[in-house]
Design a protein around this ligand. Structure first.
Ligand SMILES: [Zn+2]
Length: 547
């Protein structure tokens, strides 16, 4: 003994099981400051490190995991939704339009009525979108924009007029204006047409967004999430994130992607990227991940190799000329940027592979998780081999199949729906995967884990049971997988000394529970960076550790 004792722990937690994600199962974990100081396979194995100021949590009935790290979410959208008309709570077209009518009555003359994006027609009794005419009838002349997810919206006549969209308007290059039989717009907007109207709608102020991020990030922490890779924001929204982080308002870590819009020319996109400054500057709470490009649409608008089941004349759209995107990505990668490109359909996946192979051909080898494909909902075996050979990682979201399975069945047909995101096939050839949720709500990670292990969905039954993966694999990809994607596998993703203390506790052990117990399992508490982020029962004692 040299007489110097290790400094005491701030918090000592004893648990029934602590799944480290490295293959070890521990019974106690000690925290100091923001990090994990020690672990032990014995419940009392760290008692010597406890002192007078150590907060002891005896949780012999709880199982601990690393907090989830979502590889592709839209926390800012989810947060902003809380400022907007909450049509995600409507269960019928009548309830939906009644909310629009109530908001219109409260609004000043001519004020826009903007809805939460988190709704879906499958939650409405009629199982269809409201029409522009129904929004007209409810809105008393106010412009209404009801965005649904990232690629679709319904707008009323006043909103279309504000964006200059009328009977003679052509479809934008990468999108579609829905039409009535006589050619007038019916209010449904897809892809680029959504952006045309959204661009003229008012934006929330930075102060509103900052406060919304506080509430929104707390809601994610309450579901066991510790890190979110924020899949697409603009510079104003990044400023709101920076304000929230600077004031300690974020309950989860954020790794944002900055949108580079396909409306830009190659020269404009390159100038935009150069104007962003150096990539990756930030700290453990907020650090931009990289750049975001969007190659095709969602379920409607996704670029498919074969025509849609619902419309044999249609197979989706590509948003970028591959040569333009290659030139922009080569420039960005040479400046040290990481790139995530949205590709939902198999034709989009093939095109992004063409681009990434061309980029790597010009830049030479790039570190893993520099060129990333977002979603790849549909892919074939040859494409999967190309992705692995090229070292292109993939973010995958069972939550999209869970949430939009019935829409996929209608639009793409049952055969393609059953092979959406075949994680077993990707893993069998050694692909780099990171798990997340995207815009599906609710966003409970355990619902996704259940879905990956069962291929169950919200309203479309089981789709492609043969593509299920084990719970342990799903959890690893949802923690360490995303840590690798974020180039921080040394800092996060497992419960070992030296890593940041991001922990979540459950009443049952997800590794051994019946699968059906996982579908709605929520955490007892969540710790992010040593701070208590969620503890409704007050089991963790003082809210702040005594550092
Ligand atoms: Zn997304």
């Amino acid at each position: 003994m040299d007489g110097s004792l290790p400094p005491r722990l701030d918090r000592l937690i004893r648990a029934r099981a602590i799944h480290s994600m490295t293959g070890e199962v521990y019974r106690s974990v000690g925290l100091r400051g923001a990090g994990i100081a020690a672990v032990s396979p014995e419940p009392d194995g760290l008692d010597d490190l406890a002192g007078a100021g150590t907060v002891l949590t005896d949780a012999g009935d709880l199982t601990l995991l690393p907090a989830f790290a979502d590889s592709h979410e839209h926390l800012l959208e989810a947060s902003r939704n809380t400022l907007l008309v909450p049509v995600d709570r409507a269960r019928s077209i009548g309830e939906f339009t009644a909310m629009i009518a109530a908001a219109s009555r409260d609004a000043a003359h001519g004020e826009w009525i903007l809805t939460s994006m988190a709704w879906h027609e499958s939650n409405l009794a009629e199982n269809r979108l409201p029409t522009g005419a129904e929004l007209d009838a409810a809105a008393d002349g106010h412009p209404v924009l009801a965005r649904r997810g990232g690629h679709l919206a319904v707008a009323n006549t006043a909103a279309l007029a504000a964006a200059g969209i009328g009977p003679g308007s052509p479809d934008p290059a990468a999108g579609k204006i829905g039409r009535l039989p006589d050619g007038r717009p019916d209010g449904v907007l897809e892809g680029g047409a959504v952006w045309q109207v959204a661009a003229v709608a008012p934006a929330a102020t930075r102060a509103e967004l900052t406060e919304a991020l506080r509430r929104g990030s707390a809601a994610y922490a309450a579901l066991g999430v510790g890190t979110i890779r924020e899949a697409m924001i603009n510079s104003d929204e990044l400023a709101a994130y920076q304000a929230a982080a600077a004031r300690g308002k974020l309950s989860v870590r954020a790794r944002p992607l900055i949108r580079v819009g396909n409306e830009l020319t190659a020269d404009e996109a390159i100038a935009f990227i150069d104007g962003l400054g150096a990539p990756g500057v930030g700290d453990d709470w907020l650090r931009p991940w990289g750049l975001k490009f969007v190659m095709d649409g969602g379920v409607e608008g996704g670029a498919l190799e074969q025509p849609y089941a619902s419309d044999p004349a249609h197979s989706g759209h590509l948003n970028w000329d591959p040569d333009v995107l290659t030139r922009v990505c080569v420039h960005a990668a040479r400046r040290g940027w990481r790139i995530g490109t949205h590709a939902a359909g198999d034709r989009a996946v093939g095109t992004v592979l063409d681009v990434y192979e061309a980029v790597a051909g010009q830049t030479g080898p790039l570190p893993p998780w520099t060129l990333v494909i977002e979603h790849a909902l549909l892919s074939d075996a040859a494409q999967r081999q190309r992705a692995v050979r090229g070292g292109f990682g993939l973010t995958v979201q069972h939550a999209l199949l869970w949430n939009m399975g019935s829409e996929m069945l209608h639009t793409w047909g049952p055969e393609r729906t059953s092979r959406v995101n075949p994680l077993d096939q990707w893993l069998a050839i050694g692909a780099d995967l990171a798990v997340g949720t995207d815009m599906a709500r609710p966003f409970n990670p355990m619902t996704s884990v259940w879905g990956m292990a069962t291929r169950g969905t919200k309203a479309a039954g089981v789709q492609g049971h043969e593509h299920a993966i084990p719970v342990a694999t799903a959890l690893e990809l949802y923690t360490m997988g995303t840590a690798r994607l974020n180039h921080e596998a040394e800092r996060l993703g497992s419960i070992i000394p030296g890593k940041l203390a991001d922990l979540v506790a459950y009443r049952i052990d997800p590794m051994t529970a019946d699968l059906d117990e996982l579908a709605e399992l929520t955490p007892v508490w969540t710790i992010v960076g040593g701070r208590v982020a969620h503890d409704p029962a007050g089991l963790l004692g003082p809210l702040e550790v005594s550092t």
